[in-house]
Design a protein around this ligand. Structure first.
Ligand code: ATP
Ligand code: MG
Length: 712
């Protein structure tokens, strides 16, 4: 087909070309990082559009909205702007869009509200309270755990006890309470038109399953389905794909089982291996050349994934010549690590590498705090991805809560939030008001004439009048938000005495983002499903990228630093003792290291500040130790700072830490940092409470602490 940019398929190898040219029937591309899977999808979209397929008939499912729009922009550059009309986004956004029409078939109003994770936690807390579960001193699990259990249960047919038996056997004693709470939660969501993330997929799947006419309409509407990052989908998503593709089976999925990193949210990497069972006659395409990086980097990443217990994709060979070995930098401590990264970034920048071409990756959001401070000191601009997002902040949720009420005046979660902004209104008062709202034809008018005689009655009346006026005003979305902000300002200033100016700026940013949306429903859905990052709109200029590894998947940079490769930080401590979780941590390390095009730095601080125990020696991450030494270039700190000793890294084969047996209560001990002290108590196989002569009591973990027994 003719195209504005010549042959759009130039720059594809024969396997990629095969995947691009197989337009009919199921295709699975399963291949390692940087082998051109995403590029293949882009070219396939372009090819379909170029040969006259209606862009609206193509459905491109990706892990984030941003990924979809980036891919469609690239396709547009190949064959023209029509590609922008391709239906692209996440599975959740797709399900949401369809349910906005078809929700009644699942017993929900089309005005249903989405519960994000924080809403879910809040609702669980409220319902647990009503059922008398989880009071102080009880052994009832934390809300995050409860949410995970319920998510697993929802996805596997609703049997909470079965889920506990399989994955949380130590919580079986709480099975009865959890079952009651699950029932209450499920009933509550139905009664109030609320859907959590699982519901969006499950209810959409229900509709497709129970209604052949909807299914068939979908099959006619979307004639080509494509999915990137298929390794991070779950069984329900696979079923949706299967049902939507009914009648044509034109589905292409691409992914890499070695990069599956979302099991904690219910993804299952075996999904990708089951694809051919779901779609009989699947053409399987393997890609074996890596176009992203150089052979020395690839040798390192191949070595990392070679240790995975289960793996199916092949070793990759680099297409690019040359390159140098990844650098392993042992820093004295976090500050030293931050300075090293900032130094290198500055020197690359001086040599002409754009800041945006470099990224620093880490396991958890807080791992970059020290670096952020260092970058601020030096005036190096950066943008941070992942971690806490703007829209998760309390003040943003308050303002959006009002917007939610305008969309759905029976949204209990939003009422709870907004009513409790009023001075004197607590959870009980909010409940009382809401109980009246439920049956009212016009909730805002009801509030306006609120009969009670409580201290806060006038406030509630004013809120009702305010909401009714706002609802009646015919304003564009940014103007609505401006009104809400004006109403909210006194609360903001009272609640956030110290930092309300900064929070006001956030609100202004939210207003700016809102300008991109046509209506509040779309804005709210997007905020709940895939929050727009403020930096997308505000991050002009050249900025270094800081990112959690989870938010870096699919992306690439010329220079990549992976920091905090120390035991206790990476793998995440929560994975300790859980083989499957540790495997996922290794895959996460693989994802991190495969983001680099040119230079890769693996950094580890030799001393770390473990909470409660002060600065302690930290061993290198076990994953770092799995890489053969000759594949890395070792770099140690240039100039040790005065007063900080560099502890030699204990090799993993060395004798295990002595264990608490060597330190009975009463024993005199010496610690490298804290000096002499006396053991007070043995807290576990590796944990001690020690009273130090100078610095007082500390809890030590013998895995990290260097402790020596003294006589006497
Ligand atoms: P990941 O698993 O990390 O998502 P991927 O398999 O999706 O990786 P891409 O991002 O599509 O890989 O490609 C990696 C890099 O290689 C990109 O810069 C892409 O443009 C380049 N590339 C892919 N295929 C080719 C090719 N045939 N010729 C030249 N460059 C290519
Ligand atoms: Mg990709």
């Amino acid at each position: 087909a003719a195209s504005p940019a010549g042959d759009p398929d130039a720059g594809l190898n024969p396997q990629q070309r095969e995947a691009v040219e197989t337009l009919d029937g199921p295709v699975l591309v399963i291949a390692g990082a940087g082998s051109g899977k995403t590029r293949t999808l882009v070219h396939r979209v372009a090819r379909l559009v170029a040969r006259g397929t209606e862009p609206e008939a193509i459905l491109l499912l990706t892990f984030t909205r941003k990924a979809a729009s980036a891919m469609l922009e690239r396709a547009a550059r190949l064959v023209g702007p029509a590609c922008a009309r391709v239906a692209g986004g996440t599975f959740h956004a797709f399900a949401h869009r369809m349910l906005r029409v078809h929700a009644p078939l699942a017993g929900y109003p089309v005005s249903f509200t989405i519960l994000d994770r924080a809403d879910t936690a809040g609702l669980l807390r409220q319902l647990a309270g009503e059922l008398g579960l989880g009071g102080s001193g009880s052994r009832f699990p934390k809300k995050a755990t409860v949410a995970a259990i319920f998510s697993r249960a929802a996805n596997t047919g609703g049997d909470v006890t079965a889920v506990l038996e399989r994955d949380w056997p130590h919580l079986l004693a709480e099975a009865e309470g959890l079952r009651r709470l699950y029932e209450a939660y499920t009933a509550y969501k139905r009664a109030h038109g609320l859907m959590d993330y699982d519901d969006l997929l499950l209810r959409w799947c229900d509709v497709l399953e129970a209604h052949p006419e909807v299914r068939e309409a979908m099959g006619r509407r979307f004639r080509y389905l494509m999915v990137d990052e298929y390794q991070d989908t779950n069984a329900v998503q696979a079923r949706i794909l299967r049902l939507v593709a009914c009648g044509h089976d034109n589905v292409m999925a691409v992914g890499d089982d070695a990069q599956s990193i979302y099991a904690f949210r219910g993804a299952n990497f075996r999904n990708i291996l089951d694809f051919p069972k779901l779609f009989p006659g699947t053409r399987i395409v393997k890609l074996e050349r890596n176009y992203r990086t150089t052979q020395p980097n690839l040798d390192c990443t191949n070595a990392i994934i070679a240790h995975a217990r289960e793996k199916f994709t092949k070793h990759l060979v680099a297409d690019r010549p040359g390159g140098r070995r990844p650098v392993c930098f042992t820093a004295l401590d976090e500050l030293d690590q931050a300075r090293f990264v900032a130094d290198r970034v500055a020197s690359y920048h001086a040599r002409g590498v754009a800041l945006a071409e470099m990224a620093v990756l880490f396991r958890a959001g807080f791992h970059s705090f020290q670096l952020e401070a260092e970058l601020n000191t030096r005036g190096i601009p950066f943008t941070k991805r992942g971690g806490l997002r703007l829209v998760e902040a309390a003040h943003i949720k308050d303002v959006l809560g009002v917007l939610r009420l305008l969309v759905n005046p029976y949204d209990r979660v939003a009422w709870n939030r907004v009513l409790q902004l009023l001075p004197g209104v607590g959870p009980k008062g909010a409940d009382r008001v809401f109980a009246a709202v439920v049956g009212a034809p016009d909730p805002f008018a009801l509030l306006e004439e609120w009969p009670g005689r409580a201290r806060w009655t006038p406030q509630v009346r004013r809120l009702g009048a305010y909401l009714r006026r706002l609802q009646g005003a015919d304003l564009a979305l940014p103007a609505v938000l401006e009104r809400i902000e004006a109403w909210y300002r006194p609360y903001l200033e009272r609640r956030f005495l110290e930092d309300h100016p900064r929070r006001s700026q956030d609100l202004a940013q939210l207003r700016g983002m809102a300008g991109r949306y046509e209506d509040a429903v779309t804005l709210l859905a997007e905020v709940a499903l895939d929050p727009p990052e403020p930096d997308e709109s505000a991050g002009e200029g050249d900025r270094l990228v800081l990112s959690t590894i989870h938010s870096a998947k699919g992306l690439e940079w010329r220079v990549v630093f992976v920091i905090h490769l120390a035991e206790g930080r990476f793998p995440a401590p929560s994975a300790e003792g859980r083989p499957e979780d540790l495997e996922e941590e290794r895959r996460l390390f693989y994802v991190a290291t495969t983001r680099a095009r040119d230079d890769l730095y693996l950094c580890r601080p030799a001393m770390l500040n473990f909470s409660g125990a002060g600065l302690l020696p930290a061993r290198p991450s076990r994953f770092l130790e799995e890489i053969p030494a000759d594949l890395l270039e070792q770099v140690a700190p240039a100039s040790p700072r005065a007063g900080v000793a560099v502890p030699a890294a204990a090799p993993r084969e060395a004798a295990p830490p002595p264990g608490t047996g060597a330190f009975p209560p009463g024993a005199r001990v010496r610690h490298t940092i804290f000096g002499p002290g006396r053991v007070l108590e043995v807290l576990g196989p590796e944990k001690l409470r020690v009273h130090f002569d100078v610095s007082g009591e500390k809890v030590l973990n013998l895995q990290y602490a260097r402790l020596q027994r003294l006589g006497g």
